[in-house]
Design a protein around this ligand. Structure first.
Ligand SMILES: [Zn+2]
Length: 406
């Protein structure tokens, strides 16, 4: 038993110690909840005790509280070979406490509900055209979608723990301000009150950062790398930097704006006001235009065109999308020394037609390319991954403070 393990169970019953006892109970609840939630195979109470260093009696009391609060569920008892009490496997409770992921992007609004098991309870993505949309109108519409979904899950007996609103721009979670989202044409805006979601706690976050967190949780096929550069390609192109399984956020969380890396100073004007940004070559609208499709067409029409042998990504206006993307990514790899690149958003589906150009430019432009195995991968977290990342963040907060639910 470590000193820390002993300290966890130190209890005092009166005076200032009572507050400490309260805090210890909260911390122990978190330890027990994490032990149940963060293991691949379900643990019994004895397993949780072994994993946390807490006594069986303490674990039993805390597990009972988590079960009563419907955060943890007991599976049918498993009888071992030896005499003794059967083990009751403990798992996250399905359809009890849920998190809401919300998103405004340039071409869709989304609401996704995840439960504590990670299952998608509800998913509602509404395509649209929100560039230069009135923030009050767009956010009221998203708020209405979110209220409808919240009402539905409440009727089914689920409790909404909160929401994260993903936005394609620079956000300040401390002040709740969206500083600027060039592709929406929005700036200096407090979006949460416009959702009018009443008592639901809503926090704002950057779309690509939330999508990278969803990616970090791992997909069904491949475990996420510990460190990677994540790029979310849509009309705008966002990015996130993950180092040792944590987001590297810079000073204010405003890094990773790869869409505004200049790939040709003599190029066309960007929504941000600069010239020749990556978005003007490898943003979804730019790729649609290069392929001769209207920007409002669905991505599937571009995929269909490319599948039929069209060369829309290769013969764009001047600089092909894949080469532009490779050029911006080479700058990131040269700066950061992170060799795995995960392409999300529209790029996940388009990767077969982007890969050769991206990899060729990386090989040419990354100084370390001859000495490292640069990897370009498709994201695993699925479409509109920021919705998943946002809902997961809400549920992570539940896990970090389960006492609030007991
Ligand atoms: Zn720009």
């Amino acid at each position: 038993m470590t000193t820390a393990g002993t300290a966890r169970e130190t209890t005092a019953r009166t005076g200032p110690g009572a507050a400490r006892q309260h805090t210890l109970r909260e911390r122990n609840l978190e330890l027990v909840a994490r032990a149940v939630f963060e293991v691949p195979e379900p643990l019994s109470r004895a397993g949780v005790a072994a994993a946390t260093g807490l006594t069986r009696a303490t674990v039993s009391t805390l597990v009972d509280q988590l079960v009563a609060a419907r955060l943890v569920r007991e599976l049918p008892a498993v009888y071992g070979g030896r005499a003794g009490r059967p083990a009751v496997p403990l798992v996250p409770a399905p359809r009890s406490v849920v998190g809401l992921g919300l998103e405004v992007n340039v071409d869709y609004l989304g609401v996704r509900v995840l439960d504590l098991t990670g299952d998608v309870v509800t998913n509602n993505v509404v395509p649209g055209e929100f560039h230069d949309g009135d923030p009050a109108v767009v956010l009221r519409r998203l708020g209405k979608l979110a209220r409808e979904v919240s009402d539905d899950v409440a009727v089914s007996g689920m409790r909404v723990a909160g929401a994260r609103l993903a936005l394609p721009g620079l956000v300040d979670p401390r002040t709740g301000l969206l500083e600027v989202a060039p592709n929406l044409g929005w700036s200096s805006l407090a979006p949460v009150p416009l959702l009018a979601l009443g008592d639901t706690e809503v926090r704002i976050a950057n779309e690509a950062k939330l999508a990278a967190l969803a990616e970090l949780a791992g997909g069904s096929d491949v475990a996420a790398p510990d460190s990677f550069i994540f790029v979310s390609g849509d009309v705008g192109i966002g990015g996130a930097i993950v180092v040792d399984r944590k987001l590297f956020l810079g000073e204010r969380g405003w890094n990773g704006e790869i869409g505004h890396v200049v790939v040709d100073p003599a190029g066309p004007r960007c929504s941000c006001g600069a010239f020749g940004c990556l978005e003007q070559y490898a943003g979804k609208d730019a790729m649609m235009r290069a392929a001769g499709l209207p920007p409002s067409a669905p991505l599937s029409s571009l995929v269909a065109l490319l599948s039929d042998g069209g060369s829309g990504l290769a013969d764009g206006a001047g600089l092909p999308a894949g080469r532009a993307l490779g050029s911006a990514l080479a700058d990131f790899v040269n700066l950061l020394d992170i060799g795995t690149i995960v392409l999300g958003g529209a790029y996940t589906e388009l990767l077969p037609w982007l890969r050769a150009d991206v990899e060729a430019v990386l090989a040419d432009r990354v100084l370390a390319a001859p000495f490292v195995d640069l990897q370009v991968r498709a994201a695993q977290a699925g479409p509109q991954a920021a919705l998943t990342g946002g809902a997961r963040e809400v549920l992570q907060a539940v896990l970090a403070h389960p006492a609030a639910w007991v």
